[in-house]
Design a binder for this molecule. Structure first.
Ligand code: HEM
Length: 414
């Protein structure tokens, strides 16, 4: 059956057509609890249809199939994988990020930045991360109002931005502006993002110019050297693009840290286990990425040619995403998948590797850095705030965002 036939069959006969369930991403119940909606779909079919106004897409729901799709050369990330707000013409060239490239171009760009993000480099960076963590916790009491403080705004948000600015080499004086750009992007507002783009691009250009004049011990200084010594490996446009892409993607741990704190507060026995044995923290972080990581859906891939998935025809150019929220709770590879268990060890029987950082060529470059800073954040929080308690029910503070599982605030008392 061709796409149009399948779509009209779906429209005629409701939420489960030819075994392909539909998920309406404008449904407030799906937004409130995506795990149930995706979980139901996963148990009915390896493929679901996501109803998104103006951009319906397919979603792979099961873990093994999802891994296969993310490494399947029949599907590629393209320009149409991203929503392009109105961008002034002079900014457009900078919008083609590393995520949007494939093949040799992608490998070339990735090889330039990957050495700064290895597990070893992230571990070596840990003392600097811990200093930032302790500094933010020192300032927390000054932000308290009526006995409670918002950990999202005063801890989980500034931490990753300060860390990535330090690693990339954004000059100190420019960091407040990057915090602002970060907050605008994180709020997911299309118009505000569009309006912020020229300032973000100018900010990235200014950071490049500064490091060219005053090199330091940071990634940007290394990239400027590559650019100036061997222009074939990196163009000036790519250099500026990498600065803004890395700094803004570097803030994703905000949502993991906030989700992790909320999940632990909601599961006092898991919180107690972690307090009792802080050596569990690396496992706990991995489990928290699986159970409540911020990525609900990957960037959609597009079929290079007419093809099919699980017997369903997929037309050339049609978008297919991975429902990470479904794959990470697939009972085929995770025992008791809906249970948060900070003692789970990935790679042991009953626990596969989660897909919270994706898989394949576009696997998250910053995964090790994200893990280390989340570990440092949770370790220090639990040590310094022994009475940590939600100030209001946190379930009501979820952002209505179908792509990212995130909170709008995290008010706590300590
Ligand atoms: C908890 C924190 C994070 C999560 C959950 C996360 C998640 C992801 C995911 C799911 C992807 C791949 C998307 C896809 O395949 O469709 C990705 C890619 C990427 N991430 Fe992260 N990320 C996190 C932190 C970071 C950090 C700290 C950085 C630092 C620079 C970063 C930089 C990137 C970049 C540059 C890519 C594109 C890689 C490529 O296309 O080759 N991320 N991330």
């Amino acid at each position: 059956m061709r796409k149009s036939e399948l779509e009209s069959a779906m429209a005629d006969s409701g939420p489960d057509v030819n075994g392909v369930p539909e998920i309406d991403l404008t449904d407030p119940e799906v937004i409130r609890d995506p795990f149930t909606a995706y979980g139901d779909a996963r148990e009915r079919s390896p493929l679901a249809r996501l109803l998104i106004p103006g951009m319906p897409m397919w979603a792979v729901t099961r873990h093994e199939d999802a891994r296969a799709l993310l490494a399947d050369p029949r599907f590629e990330i393209t320009e149409s994988s991203f929503m392009r707000p109105d961008v002034p013409a002079d900014c457009l060239p900078y919008m083609r990020t590393m995520s949007e490239t494939e093949g040799r171009e992608h490998v070339r760009l990735r090889r330039l930045v990957a050495p700064a993000f290895t597990a070893r480099r992230a571990a070596a960076f840990r003392p600097r991360i811990e200093r930032i963590v302790e500094g933010l916790l020192d300032e927390l009491p000054a932000h308290a109002e009526d006995g409670s403080v918002d950990l999202l705004w005063h801890f989980a948000r500034p931490l990753p931005m300060d860390v990535i600015c330090e690693l990339v080499g954004i000059p100190e004086a420019d960091r407040p502006s990057w915090r602002e750009y970060g907050a605008t992007i994180a709020s997911g507002a299309g118009q505000a993002f569009a309006a912020a783009i020229p300032a973000i691009m100018r900010g990235a250009e200014a950071a490049v110019a500064r490091r060219r004049e005053e090199p330091g011990d940071d990634l940007l200084s290394d990239l400027v050297r590559v650019r100036d010594e061997d222009g074939d490996r990196l163009s000036e446009i790519e250099l500026v693009m990498l600065v803004w892409q890395l700094v803004l993607s570097g803030q994703t741990p905000t949502n993991l840290i906030a989700n992790a704190v909320a999940a632990l507060l909601d599961h006092p026995e898991q919180l107690a286990a972690l307090r009792e044995d802080p050596a569990l923290t690396p496992h706990a972080v991995e489990e928290l990425v699986r159970w409540c990581g911020p990525t609900l859906l990957t960037i959609p891939r597009h079929a290079r040619e007419d093809t099919e998935l699980y017997g369903v025809p997929i037309g050339k150019g049609e978008p297919v995403t991975v429902a990470v929220a479904a794959a990470n709770r697939d009972p085929r590879v995770f025992a008791d998948p809906d249970r948060l268990d900070v003692t789970r060890v990935p790679g042991t029987p009953g626990t596969a590797s989660h897909l919270g950082f994706s898989h394949g060529p576009h696997f998250c470059v910053g995964a090790s850095l994200a893990r280390v800073q989340t570990e440092a954040a949770l370790t220090a929080l639990l040590r310094r705030l022994p009475g940590l308690t939600p100030a209001v029910p946190l379930a009501g503070l979820r952002a209505p965002d179908p792509g990212t599982w995130r909170l709008t605030a995290l008010p706590v008392t300590a």
